[in-house]
Design a protein around this ligand. Structure first.
Ligand code: PA5
Length: 430
């Protein structure tokens, strides 16, 4: 049983149910490539059964390490980029309150840019904080992460001395290879392994995501349990209207073939901003190959209705929209009624703000559909650990499935090497 629901009323003007049904066999064949491990990139399918296979022992070790890190730190720095960064940040930001962090430790990020200003400010700010560092890199050689790690390791050693610094560094990397693995062995850092058969953007349910999330005070068992429920849902039916991943992947590809080459993921809850960043990386890096693929972008509504809204309504008709809709609010904040109705808002007085946001969502979707933008809607009752776990698994599976519609290997990223080799040659790396 999953809480996540998919509503396709907003595409009925563009695609018929019969058209979707015609793709069922293709969906089944792509599904088999994943579950029977026969598709391209099948050496990277470790994430498929991970929610079932993850051991209680590993979860306990992650929680134990998180407790140790939290006990010794005011601030925890997570250094990583791409798949070694976005999953953790997506979940932490989605689950954290906007302002008061209560007893939560401050989680900050590094290694995801090469801004001197950012890194210099970070180091100066950390001078007066007690902190620990979690460094995450599967290859162990990524430039952005390696630069941040070198700076922070040096800073920690200067601030605490070499022995204490070692206790404040935890490395998450490959079991055997890479510079980070090597330095962890030499220095004796506490280390977690990224399984060989799970690539960066599919790794959020490994220690890559779980350790930072546990440090932020969230229940990783519940996230895994949500992912497990979604896995069960996706594996139990090959009927296209019963299987949410079949339905999403199929609709995306039908729309793509009709010229809708951009997918806009829209959220109405700003704490989902990084969830959308994670989604963009997942789909962009998985599908954008061989001159093909839907270009993934994201918007935060209603904020972006005042910027990109105009284009979405009336610009080129080349996109479709996928909305993440949250049914319930944790609060009960209402519009106050004022005697002097100076702003004319008394017509919505006593209405809950969340209800107004939901009405804005409904009105916007209807306008976009009228403007020839197909809308797929995903609904979650609320943002919590289980529901986030469901979404993480849902999008990973759908992404792999969707890539196979276009004969794309969802698990490699050959194009990322081009910019890297240019940087290295410009920097005269030997
Ligand atoms: O999804 C991917 O594979 C990439 O985004 C990587 O996660 C990213 O490039 C970071 O790589 P690494 O973990 O090797 O530092």
């Amino acid at each position: 049983m999953v809480n996540f629901k998919i509503n396709i009323d907003g595409i009925s003007k563009f695609i018929s149910r019969e058209e979707i049904k015609l793709f069922e066999n293709e969906a089944i064949s792509n599904f088999k490539k994943i579950v029977d491990r026969t598709g391209e990139g099948n050496e990277s399918l470790g994430w498929v059964d991970l929610p079932e296979n993850i051991s209680a022992n590993l979860i306990a070790k992650v929680n134990e390490e998180a407790n140790r890190i939290v006990a010794q730190s005011e601030v925890i720095v997570i250094a990583g980029i791409g798949g070694s960064y976005l999953g953790a940040r997506a979940v932490i930001e989605a689950l954290s309150p906007y302002f008061s962090k209560n007893n939560q430790k401050e989680i900050i990020y590094a290694g995801h840019n090469i801004s001197e200003d950012y890194l210099d400010s970070l180091i100066n700010w950390l001078d007066n904080k007690s902190y620990s560092l979690i460094v995450i890199s599967k290859s162990g050689t990524t430039l952005e992460t390696a630069i941040a790690f070198r700076l922070l390791k040096t800073h920690l050693e200067k601030k605490y001395g070499k022995d204490e610094a070692k206790k404040r560094i935890t490395a998450i990397t490959d079991a055997k290879k890479g510079a980070l693995k090597e330095s962890s062995n030499i220095e004796g850092y506490q280390t977690f392994i990224i399984p060989e058969d799970i690539g960066g953007r599919y790794s959020v349910l490994t220690p890559v995501g779980l350790l930072p999330i546990a440090c932020a005070g969230f229940n990783i068992e519940k996230i895994i349990s949500g992912a497990k429920n979604m896995r069960k849902k996706i594996l139990e039916s090959t009927e296209v209207f019963e299987n949410p991943a079949f339905l999403y992947a199929t609709i995306r590809n039908i729309l793509y073939n009709k010229g809708k080459v951009i997918e806009i993921l829209a959220q109405y809850e700003p704490k989902l901003f990084y969830f959308c960043e994670w989604w963009k990386q997942l789909f962009g890096e998985s599908e954008g190959k061989k001159g093909k693929g839907i270009f993934p972008v994201s918007v935060g509504f209603t904020t972006d209705l005042h910027s990109l809204g105009q284009y979405i309504q009336e610009g080129q008709r080349i996109f479709f929209e996928t909305v993440i809709s949250i049914e319930k609010s944790k609060n009960a904040l209402k519009i106050p009624k004022l005697k002097a109705d100076f702003d004319g808002l008394n017509y919505i007085a006593d209405k809950n703000i969340h209800d107004i946001n939901s009405i804005a969502e409904k009105g916007t979707s209807l306008a976009h559909i009228d403007g020839n933008v197909p809308v797929i809607k995903f609904t979650l009752p609320e943002i919590n650990e289980e529901n986030i776990g469901e979404m993480l698994y849902f999008f990973k599976f759908s992404c792999a499935l969707s890539s196979y519609y276009n004969d794309i290997n969802p698990f490699d990223q050959p194009g990322v090497e081009a910019y890297k080799s240019n940087i290295y040659s410009l920097l005269k790396k030997l």
